[in-house]
Design a protein around this ligand. Structure first.
Ligand code: PLP
Length: 402
């Protein structure tokens, strides 16, 4: 099957194999011409709809000028994008690193934190996802599940993520445990998504005030806060960036996925220039394909559309609508519904029900993914029309009812 072809991850039946022949907006067609309404956005990538015409056109125009950058030089579109991106973020995040995707950017942020602070230890959260390399895997995977890959990067400590249902007492304990760790003043950085886990497939929302508290404590003890917005960035959770929910300014923010709407591979770490200047004089941090001019053209147009159309408002409104439509099934097939904006988790009463709902939805032309065993992660393009959203929800609800 894979001879002269591609090796695909064994998704153990969690995902359907979908050979795409065409994709537009919130619709995908397979090789036999069957149409699917998309509730995945390629896992938080095509937030503005598949093959957004304006973004793709920006790529075409840039391809007529120049497609490759230099490690030791710049193209005007790279500079223009850096200005546009930093002006969309809090003022202190004033410098960007050129990267190719999420994993590379997370790894670079960790390198910067170690180099800048002179400390080795990094804190991550159990059952979170930050990418595929040895440090990013070490942040969130349980060590037993990746034993064959080990040794991973040492000195990465995993702690429990304080879910919204831990209660006040549970949250207080989380804070005091975290403070205990940080007070030794040997932790370089804490790495977390901004209050919702989008990468692991569990769609777990944090206890209110989580990010604010983590920021307060990291700042107190000289630890850097790295917020991974690879999944939450670019309007997904109802704000342009997830950090806006609690008005937190981290030391570094990591962006990828929705950054170019899927038109080209790109990622970045945005942070304080004083931190970057020190780190970059002590460590070699370069990427041949980081921020190619075509990727920057796609990313610039993507950012302009998000800001021009206030796409986060669409995410907020439609996210609330989805939750409202699914609420009547909580306590029946669904045990819990969680989410922010159009990043929604449906937890089913057992993995079998979840898998059955996915299968039926797929048969009936709805493209959905199962993250955790019993959790379906709903992430439609934020620009989905009301008509397609309703049709998709109708298909999903029919599959839940059966
Ligand atoms: C939160 C988060 N961080 C990092 C990554 C890694 O990004 P990439 O697949 O672009 O390397 C992902 C990918 O799913 C993610 O969801």
């Amino acid at each position: 099957m894979i001879e002269n072809s591609i090796v695909y991850r064994n998704f153990r039946g969690k995902y359907e194999y979908l050979p795409i022949s065409k994709a537009q907006g919130s619709e995908i067609w397979d090789k036999d011409g069957k149409r699917y309404i998309d509730f995945t956005s390629a896992w938080n990538v095509t937030n503005l709809g598949w093959n957004n015409l304006e973004v793709n056109e920006a790529v075409i125009q840039q391809a007529k000028k120049n497609v490759q950058g230099l490690l030791w030089g710049s193209d005007p579109i790279q500079e223009e994008y850096a200005k546009a991106l930093t002006s969309a973020l809090p003022k202190s995040l004033d410098a960007c690193v050129k990267e190719t995707g999420g994993t590379e950017s997370v790894e670079t942020a960790i390198k910067i934190a170690r180099t800048y602070t002179g400390r080795k230890k990094i804190i991550g959260f159990k059952n979170s996802y930050h990418g595929q390399l040895f440090a990013s895997v070490a942040l969130g995977y349980s060590p037993n599940s990746v034993e064959k890959l080990s040794p991973l990067v040492p000195e990465i400590i995993q702690i429990d993520f304080p879910h919204e249902d831990v209660g006040e007492e549970g949250f207080d304990k989380f804070i005091s445990d975290l403070e205990n760790l940080l007070s030794k003043e040997d932790i370089a950085a804490v790495v977390t998504e901004p209050g919702i886990i989008t990468g692991w497939g569990s769609t777990v929302v944090a206890y209110p005030g989580f990010l604010k508290k983590v920021k307060e404590l990291t700042q107190k003890y000289g630890t850097l806060l790295i917020v991974d917005e690879v999944g939450t960035g670019f309007s997904r959770t109802g704000k342009l960036f997830g950090i806006e929910h609690e008005d937190v300014v981290p030391d570094m923010i990591v962006l990828a996925k929705g950054i170019s709407n899927g038109a080209s591979a790109i990622g970045t770490v945005v942070g304080q220039s004083v931190i970057f200047e020190k780190a970059f004089s002590d460590a070699i941090l370069v990427s041949t394909f980081g921020w190619t001019p075509i990727a920057c053209a796609a990313a610039l147009k993507t950012l302009q559309i998000h800001r021009r159309d206030k796409v986060w408002e669409m995410a907020k409104k439609k996210g609330e609508y989805i939750l409202e439509k699914l609420k009547p099934f909580v306590g029946k097939a669904i045990t819990s519904l969680r989410g922010k904006g159009m990043e929604i988790g449906i937890r089913f009463k057992n993995p079998e029900t979840c898998s059955e709902v996915r299968k039926k939805s797929f048969e009936n032309g709805l493209h959905v993914v199962v993250g955790g065993n019993d959790n379906m992660q709903i992430m439609p393009p934020l620009t989905i029309s009301q008509k397609l959203l309703d049709k998709g929800l109708e298909t999903l609800i029919e599959s839940i009812r059966k």
